[in-house]
Design a protein around this ligand. Structure first.
Ligand code: GLN
Length: 192
Protein backbone atom coordinates (compact mmCIF):
# COMPACT_ATOMS: atom_id res chain seq x y z
CA UNK A 1 0.00 0.00 0.00
CA UNK A 2 1.41 3.38 -0.95
CA UNK A 3 1.60 5.96 1.80
CA UNK A 4 0.73 8.60 -0.81
CA UNK A 5 -2.96 7.81 -0.61
CA UNK A 6 -3.22 7.84 3.16
CA UNK A 7 -5.55 10.44 4.60
CA UNK A 8 -4.53 11.60 8.06
CA UNK A 9 -6.74 12.71 10.91
CA UNK A 10 -4.90 15.05 13.26
CA UNK A 11 -5.03 13.16 16.53
CA UNK A 12 -4.07 15.63 19.26
CA UNK A 13 -7.53 16.02 20.80
CA UNK A 14 -11.14 15.86 19.64
CA UNK A 15 -13.40 13.48 17.76
CA UNK A 16 -10.75 11.59 15.83
CA UNK A 17 -12.34 8.08 15.78
CA UNK A 18 -15.54 9.39 14.18
CA UNK A 19 -13.60 10.88 11.25
CA UNK A 20 -11.53 7.71 10.84
CA UNK A 21 -14.71 5.66 10.74
CA UNK A 22 -16.35 7.93 8.16
CA UNK A 23 -13.30 7.81 5.89
CA UNK A 24 -13.04 4.05 6.26
CA UNK A 25 -16.67 3.72 5.23
CA UNK A 26 -15.69 5.52 2.03
CA UNK A 27 -13.01 2.87 1.43
CA UNK A 28 -10.14 5.17 2.35
CA UNK A 29 -6.98 4.26 4.25
CA UNK A 30 -7.22 6.72 7.11
CA UNK A 31 -4.77 7.06 9.98
CA UNK A 32 -4.47 9.13 13.12
CA UNK A 33 -1.42 11.43 12.74
CA UNK A 34 0.55 13.13 15.52
CA UNK A 35 4.06 13.79 14.21
CA UNK A 36 5.57 16.01 11.53
CA UNK A 37 6.69 12.91 9.60
CA UNK A 38 3.23 11.37 9.65
CA UNK A 39 1.67 14.63 8.48
CA UNK A 40 4.20 15.03 5.67
CA UNK A 41 3.34 11.53 4.38
CA UNK A 42 -0.39 12.28 4.03
CA UNK A 43 -2.32 12.86 0.81
CA UNK A 44 -4.90 14.87 2.76
CA UNK A 45 -5.67 15.83 6.32
CA UNK A 46 -8.71 16.21 8.55
CA UNK A 47 -8.56 18.55 11.54
CA UNK A 48 -11.36 17.36 13.83
CA UNK A 49 -13.73 19.12 16.17
CA UNK A 50 -12.76 19.42 19.80
CA UNK A 51 -11.30 22.38 21.63
CA UNK A 52 -9.43 24.69 19.28
CA UNK A 53 -7.27 26.22 22.04
CA UNK A 54 -6.05 22.78 23.13
CA UNK A 55 -5.42 21.51 19.61
CA UNK A 56 -3.63 24.77 18.74
CA UNK A 57 -1.36 24.64 21.80
CA UNK A 58 -0.43 21.01 21.16
CA UNK A 59 0.16 21.78 17.48
CA UNK A 60 2.68 24.48 18.45
CA UNK A 61 4.30 22.36 21.16
CA UNK A 62 4.90 19.43 18.81
CA UNK A 63 6.05 21.59 15.90
CA UNK A 64 3.18 20.55 13.63
CA UNK A 65 2.29 23.96 12.24
CA UNK A 66 4.97 23.95 9.55
CA UNK A 67 4.28 20.46 8.19
CA UNK A 68 0.57 21.29 8.02
CA UNK A 69 1.21 24.55 6.18
CA UNK A 70 3.58 22.70 3.79
CA UNK A 71 0.93 20.06 3.15
CA UNK A 72 -1.63 22.75 2.29
CA UNK A 73 0.86 24.49 0.00
CA UNK A 74 1.52 21.22 -1.82
CA UNK A 75 -2.16 21.24 -2.76
CA UNK A 76 -3.30 18.40 -0.49
CA UNK A 77 -6.91 18.78 0.62
CA UNK A 78 -7.44 19.81 4.23
CA UNK A 79 -10.82 19.60 5.96
CA UNK A 80 -11.33 21.41 9.26
CA UNK A 81 -14.56 20.72 11.16
CA UNK A 82 -15.75 22.96 13.98
CA UNK A 83 -12.58 23.49 16.09
CA UNK A 84 -10.73 22.56 12.89
CA UNK A 85 -12.42 25.46 11.11
CA UNK A 86 -11.21 27.79 13.86
CA UNK A 87 -7.64 26.52 13.47
CA UNK A 88 -7.71 27.15 9.71
CA UNK A 89 -8.91 30.74 10.12
CA UNK A 90 -6.67 33.78 9.73
CA UNK A 91 -8.80 35.77 12.15
CA UNK A 92 -10.46 34.48 15.34
CA UNK A 93 -12.53 37.31 16.74
CA UNK A 94 -11.29 38.41 20.17
CA UNK A 95 -8.64 35.69 20.46
CA UNK A 96 -4.90 35.41 19.88
CA UNK A 97 -4.85 31.62 20.32
CA UNK A 98 -2.49 29.57 18.09
CA UNK A 99 -3.80 28.78 14.62
CA UNK A 100 -2.74 27.76 11.14
CA UNK A 101 -4.18 30.92 9.61
CA UNK A 102 -4.42 29.37 6.15
CA UNK A 103 -7.93 30.51 5.21
CA UNK A 104 -8.98 34.06 4.64
CA UNK A 105 -11.93 33.87 7.02
CA UNK A 106 -12.89 35.63 10.22
CA UNK A 107 -14.58 33.26 12.69
CA UNK A 108 -16.46 33.73 15.90
CA UNK A 109 -16.16 30.91 18.43
CA UNK A 110 -19.25 29.55 20.22
CA UNK A 111 -21.18 31.87 17.95
CA UNK A 112 -24.65 30.47 18.45
CA UNK A 113 -24.88 31.43 22.12
CA UNK A 114 -25.25 29.38 25.27
CA UNK A 115 -28.95 28.55 25.12
CA UNK A 116 -28.48 26.80 21.81
CA UNK A 117 -25.04 25.37 22.46
CA UNK A 118 -25.92 22.39 20.33
CA UNK A 119 -28.61 21.82 17.73
CA UNK A 120 -29.33 20.06 14.45
CA UNK A 121 -30.72 21.45 11.26
CA UNK A 122 -31.20 20.54 7.60
CA UNK A 123 -28.81 22.55 5.46
CA UNK A 124 -29.03 23.17 1.75
CA UNK A 125 -25.60 22.51 0.26
CA UNK A 126 -26.02 22.72 -3.52
CA UNK A 127 -22.54 21.32 -4.34
CA UNK A 128 -23.51 18.11 -2.52
CA UNK A 129 -26.77 17.63 -4.40
CA UNK A 130 -30.44 18.48 -3.92
CA UNK A 131 -30.95 16.46 -0.72
CA UNK A 132 -30.27 18.66 2.35
CA UNK A 133 -27.54 17.67 4.79
CA UNK A 134 -28.43 16.99 8.44
CA UNK A 135 -25.97 19.26 10.22
CA UNK A 136 -25.05 18.82 13.89
CA UNK A 137 -23.71 22.00 15.50
CA UNK A 138 -21.93 21.63 18.87
CA UNK A 139 -20.72 24.89 20.45
CA UNK A 140 -20.04 25.79 16.86
CA UNK A 141 -18.32 28.79 15.33
CA UNK A 142 -19.67 30.70 12.39
CA UNK A 143 -17.95 32.86 9.86
CA UNK A 144 -18.38 36.62 10.05
CA UNK A 145 -16.38 37.60 6.99
CA UNK A 146 -14.65 35.92 4.06
CA UNK A 147 -11.91 37.09 1.71
CA UNK A 148 -12.27 37.19 -2.09
CA UNK A 149 -10.78 33.70 -2.65
CA UNK A 150 -13.25 32.03 -0.30
CA UNK A 151 -16.44 30.46 -1.62
CA UNK A 152 -19.41 29.96 0.73
CA UNK A 153 -20.88 26.50 0.03
CA UNK A 154 -23.58 26.73 2.72
CA UNK A 155 -24.95 29.39 5.02
CA UNK A 156 -27.09 29.24 8.15
CA UNK A 157 -28.99 32.29 9.38
CA UNK A 158 -27.01 34.42 6.95
CA UNK A 159 -23.58 33.20 8.08
CA UNK A 160 -21.34 30.92 6.05
CA UNK A 161 -20.92 27.57 7.80
CA UNK A 162 -19.19 25.60 5.01
CA UNK A 163 -16.53 27.32 2.91
CA UNK A 164 -13.86 26.45 0.39
CA UNK A 165 -10.63 28.18 -0.49
CA UNK A 166 -8.96 26.07 -3.20
CA UNK A 167 -7.90 22.80 -1.55
CA UNK A 168 -9.00 23.97 1.92
CA UNK A 169 -12.44 23.27 3.37
CA UNK A 170 -13.89 24.50 6.64
CA UNK A 171 -17.15 23.24 8.12
CA UNK A 172 -18.78 24.65 11.29
CA UNK A 173 -20.80 21.49 11.96
CA UNK A 174 -19.92 17.80 12.44
CA UNK A 175 -20.37 15.69 9.29
CA UNK A 176 -18.55 12.81 11.03
CA UNK A 177 -21.46 12.38 13.48
CA UNK A 178 -24.09 11.44 10.91
CA UNK A 179 -24.38 8.68 8.33
CA UNK A 180 -24.21 11.16 5.44
CA UNK A 181 -20.84 10.74 3.75
CA UNK A 182 -21.11 13.57 1.23
CA UNK A 183 -18.96 16.21 2.97
CA UNK A 184 -16.07 13.75 3.33
CA UNK A 185 -16.56 12.56 -0.25
CA UNK A 186 -16.40 16.18 -1.47
CA UNK A 187 -13.17 16.62 0.53
CA UNK A 188 -11.63 13.47 -1.00
CA UNK A 189 -12.60 14.62 -4.48
CA UNK A 190 -10.39 17.70 -4.03
CA UNK A 191 -7.27 15.49 -4.03
CA UNK A 192 -5.25 16.10 -7.20
N1 GLN B 1 -16.21 25.58 20.86
C1 GLN B 1 -15.06 24.83 20.40
C2 GLN B 1 -13.87 25.73 20.16
O1 GLN B 1 -14.01 26.91 20.22
C3 GLN B 1 -15.39 24.09 19.12
C4 GLN B 1 -16.46 23.08 19.39
C5 GLN B 1 -16.38 21.85 18.55
O2 GLN B 1 -15.38 21.59 17.86
N2 GLN B 1 -17.41 21.04 18.62
O3 GLN B 1 -12.80 25.27 19.92
Amino acid sequence: MSTERVIGVLALQGDVPEHLRTLQRLGITAQPVRTAEEIAACAGLVIPGGESTTIGLLMERFGLREPMVDLAQRGAPILGTCAGMILLAKDIIGSDQPRLGLMDISVRRNAFGRQVDSFETDLEIPVLGPEPVRAVFIRAPYIEAVGPKVEALATFEGHPVFVRQGNLLAVAFHPELTEDLRVHQYFLDLAP
